[in-house]
Design a protein around this ligand. Structure first.
Ligand SMILES: [Zn+2]
Length: 88
């Protein structure tokens, strides 16, 4: 029983670290609870997820419909028109 509680606490810690690096909280809560100290070590050294955690992607206005789209988009998700590559 005591080990279960310790693993749950480790799981919470792992999940918090993982979340701060842009990973799923619930997934790492389970991983941490099962793997214990190994998951903790992994979460400390695991790389940041690139998509969300490393700041928001630069956005530009679509030249056709004027909505905000990602700067490297080749096609507007709103009006579906092709976006020419613009130097920013
Ligand atoms: Zn558009």
């Amino acid at each position: 029983m005591r080990i279960f509680i310790i693993n749950l606490l480790i799981g919470l810690l792992v999940a918090t670290i993982a979340q701060s690096k842009g990973h799923s909280f619930s997934k790492w809560l389970i991983n941490g609870a099962i793997l214990g100290p190994f998951a903790l070590l992994y979460s400390i050294f695991m790389p940041r997820k690139k998509q969300r955690s490393s700041g928001q992607k630069k956005q530009i206005n679509c030249p056709h419909c004027n909505k905000m789209i990602e700067v490297d988009a080749t096609r507007c998700p709103y009006c579906e028109k092709k976006i020419d590559i613009i130097d920013v």
